[in-house]
Design a protein around this ligand. Structure first.
Ligand code: SF4
Length: 357
């Protein structure tokens, strides 16, 4: 559908990134990693929400020790250690069972320190993500380009991949993140033809739940439809579980992944003759456990209602005091307003069971 950029395959625990593999969803815990109970609870909440890779900040020795303990207790989720500045923490996280580490070699220090980290990653067979961020671009590149630019971000990523390659290491994932969408796009356009490593994509520091979701969606949709992106993280100033929910909706909307039902509901207007907004919200809430892919239309009147309802696996086209329930493009039956919700959910549950069988 979109012309996805070709990339090599890198394994992060049980998840393969790149190549033809599904675009995976990541998030990052925001509890202090040293608080093992809180961080474990958040990893579990992220797993339940559908997160496929979880990253934890390893910012001090206590966090590194906690990371190892969390690793011991979490057996079914790839865990990534996020390290800045201190190569000893990177090595401790690798020895503690990290499935990948994220570093910015530019802030790890001299070549000997980077080489020590690479040697540890090699010995455990785990990848390193080079994470270039507009907020921490190297000073010489800021000077060279007169500020933070797409060219500087791409050059930083390329330079850092060359550092690892110079150490005979190519188990690499690359990310370039900026909060500026055009700059992020341009940086990917420059970098992508020069490397075949999988790309972790995101719009950094995108903002709060509502604004950040929109901004991330705008940026990630532009990247993904241009073929850039093998794994995504939506960064929100919110509960990380919201990042996963937003990423699932985004990949679903772009038809890149399937995660349970897609609900198509009309915005309502002056023609709407039933209380559609709570109906659509409540149906969405009650079917959130369903994993079988299907399309569901919930429409407020006869203008577009029957048409949309026919196009979906299941549909409800409302009128004054009643609705027409559709399945597979045909009218199933007429239901009164007060039985619309239960009738619709019952049909969805039946279809979900059929699809799973
Ligand atoms: S489907 Fe009907 S009620 Fe809903 S927005 Fe369209 S015209 Fe209005």
């Amino acid at each position: 559908m979109y012309n996805r950029r070709k990339s090599r395959v890198i394994r992060v625990g049980g998840v393969a990134i790149g190549g033809e593999n599904p675009i995976s969803i990541q998030s990052m815990t925001n509890t202090p990693t040293a608080d093992i109970a809180a961080t474990l609870a958040q990893v579990q909440a992220l797993a339940a929400a559908g997160c496929e890779i979880v990253r934890l900040a390893v910012n001090n020795p206590a966090a590194a020790a906690a990371f190892a303990e969390i690793r011991r207790r979490v057996t079914d989720m790839p865990l990534v250690a996020d390290i800045h500045f201190d190569h000893r923490l990177a090595i401790a996280a690798i020895e503690g069972g990290a499935d990948k580490i994220r570093i910015n070699p530019g802030n790890i220090g001299d070549t000997a320190k980077v080489a020590a980290v690479v040697s540890a990653a090699k010995s455990r067979g785990i990848p390193i993500r080079i994470g270039v961020n507009s907020g921490s671009l190297e000073a010489d590149l800021i000077d060279k380009y007169g500020g933070v630019t797409a060219e500087g971000l791409a050059e930083s990523a390329l330079r850092n991949t060359r550092v690892l390659e110079g150490l005979n290491f190519d188990n690499i994932v690359v990310s370039i993140k900026a909060s500026n969408i055009p700059m992020t796009l341009a940086a990917h356009e420059i970098l992508a033809p020069q490397v075949d490593y999988p790309l972790h994509v995101g719009i950094t520091e995108a903002g709060t739940l509502y604004a950040g979701t929109i901004k991330s969606t705008a940026g990630l949709a532009a990247l993904l439809t241009r073929g850039f992106g093998d794994t995504v993280r939506i960064s929100l100033t919110a509960d990380p579980v919201e990042e996963v929910a937003a990423a699932k909706e985004l990949l679903k909307a772009l038809r890149l992944r399937q995660f349970g039902p897609e609900v198509i509901s009309c915005p309502t207007c002056g023609r709407t003759e039933v209380d559609l907004i709570p109906l659509a919200n409540e149906v969405s809430r009650r079917i959130s456990h369903i994993t079988a892919p299907m399309s569901i239309a919930i429409m407020g009147c006869a203008v577009n209602g029957p048409g949309e309802a026919k196009e979906c696996d299941i549909g409800l086209a409302c009128a004054k005091g009643f609705g027409l329930l559709f399945a597979n493009g045909k009218v199933l039956r007429k239901v009164s307003e007060n039985e619309m919700m239960s009738a619709l959910i019952a049909e969805i549950e039946i279809l979900a069971k059929e699809k799973i069988v």
